[in-house]
Ligand binder design. Structure first.
Ligand SMILES: Cc1ncc(COP(=O)(O)O)c(C=O)c1O
Length: 452
């Protein structure tokens, strides 16, 4: 059995307080860290005994508190500005169609609402959950994995409730990565991967996801000296934002590399239920040996329309789960117990609830793909997820397209570059609104394209 490498043995890798990001060998090296310090300026003389430092420009000369350098090393969060601008547009009377965030417009399933309502009347559900959470939720997770993927887990040591999978994914870097270790971050990708890498002091190695390579990250192509320094790889298939899926043989060779080099594998799987045309997405634990290196992250958000409820779970290698539990014990006190109780009811009906959601997304996919084609965009229907990853014509920058779509046509989409530089040339449509609205959004975007 491949033993997880102890991070401490990595020699010759210097910790970088600024979270320097090393570039991909020969691909697109760049640094994210101390270098990217725009918007920050020297503010005051260092207090006696303190090292010189800088603070953010908080818009007030009176602001003198210390802000950690690391804050300036995070790339801008793609969704950060959109809600404010959307509010302004709506207030101005614009008929906004928001297909930006992956947040379906439907209500949560009735079974979830009923179970939550009942749980709220039980005072025990209003107590701290801690990392243990609700044992019944852990057990429901285990039942779900057994039914869906034929895998067995110990509910107490191989499962961990999360306050949404996002925090678990980001915290996982703290559990696996020492300063200077290399973290493989797919790009375009969900932003908490790079967030976790930076927070841990790791060096993010960007793995560009491109159509030419089926949006896959081929670990085996990395030089051995890099592989030896990797502490963690994030993978997400079915993928956000590209909607790519991973063939089984790809997963097999990826797990094999992780085992050989003792790399922790964070398999981010929130879209596992949202698949079409007979395609069935696997759990990473269907792959032999994955249990030695992997933790899989699941979410109640998309399939069960519970984005704001903040509930997910991690499942997998028990040492990694224990390490994540330790980190989280010092950062949070676990998800709301009443929400965990509601999720027990949802998970026990997961297949039924998911079937309904898939039917909805599938119908939207059909309409949106056709409407986008009629509007001058070319996009193939994806086999999974609630996203369309739409190519733009050469020379039209995705941020500019998204800006024009929002400002001139009231359509909110995510520019590909918002998921990292490798996402340039695409924009993402989330199938979060009804068919008519999707068709309308496509038509409006067609007008933007025609003018661009
Ligand atoms: C790939 C991916 N992972 C994780 C998440 C986070 O989901 P949650 O709501 O469980 O934090 C998202 C949400 O958009 C996502 O797209």
């Amino acid at each position: 059995m491949a033993k997880l490498r102890q991070n401490a043995v990595i020699a010759g890798v210097r910790a970088s307080a600024a979270g320097a990001r090393v570039g991909a060998g020969g691909r697109r090296p760049y640094i994210c860290g101390g270098a990217g310090y725009e918007g920050v300026r020297d503010r005051r003389r260092p207090a006696a005994g303190r090292p010189p430092h800088r603070t953010f420009d908080a818009g007030s000369e009176a602001f003198v508190a210390h802000i950690a350098r690391r804050v300036g090393t995070f790339p801008g969060y793609p969704l950060a500005q959109i809600p404010r601008r959307k509010r302004e547009l709506v207030a101005a009377g614009v008929d906004v169609i928001d297909v930006g965030a992956g947040d379906p417009e439907e209500a949560p399933p009735a079974v979830a609402v009923e179970a939550l309502t009942a749980a709220l009347h039980d005072p025990a559900m209003s107590k701290y959950g801690f990392q243990l959470g609700l044992p019944a939720f852990r057990e429901a997770v285990v039942r779900y994995h057994r039914r869906r993927f034929g895998t067995a887990f110990d509910p107490m040591t191989e499962v961990l409730p999360l306050i949404g999978s996002k925090e678990g994914l980001a915290h996982f870097a703290l559990a696996t990565t020492d300063p200077g270790d290399v973290v493989v971050v797919p790009e375009p990708g969900y932003q908490c991967y790079i967030g976790g890498a930076i927070a841990s002091g790791g060096q993010a190695r960007i793995a560009p996801l491109r159509p030419e390579t089926d949006f896959l990250v081929e670990l085996g192509e990395l030089p051995r000296e890099v592989l030896r320094r990797i502490s963690l790889v994030y993978l997400n298939y079915p993928n956000n934002p590209t909607a790519a899926v991973a063939p089984r043989d790809y997963l097999e060779r990826t797990v094999a590399v992780c085992r050989e080099y003792g790399i922790a594998l964070a398999y981010d799987n929130p879209y596992v239920e949202i698949t079409f045309d007979g395609y069935r997405a696997p759990s990473i634990f269907e792959i032999e040996g994955a249990r030695e290196v992997a933790v899989e992250f699941h979410s109640c958000s998309k399939t069960f329309t519970m984005t704001g409820w903040r509930l997910g779970w991690a499942v997998g290698n028990r040492e990694l789960i224990a390490a994540l539990t330790t980190i989280k014990s010092y950062h949070d006190t676990g998800p709301f117990l009443a929400v965990q109780q509601a999720a027990v009811a949802v998970l026990d009906q997961a297949e039924t609830v998911a079937r309904e959601a898939v039917r909805r997304f599938e119908a939207r996919r059909e309409v949106a793909v056709k409407a986008l084609a009629a509007a001058g965009f070319e996009v193939a229907p994806p086999q999974a997820t609630l996203y369309l990853w739409v190519p733009l014509p050469e020379g039209l920058k995705s941020a500019e397209f998204a800006r024009l779509a929002m400002e001139e046509e009231g359509v909110i989409v995510m520019p590909g570059s918002g998921f990292g530089a490798s996402g340039e040339g695409f924009f993402r449509v989330a199938l979060t609104v009804g068919e008519e609205r999707l068709a309308e959004a496509a038509e409006r975007m067609g007008r933007v394209l025609a003018r661009a």
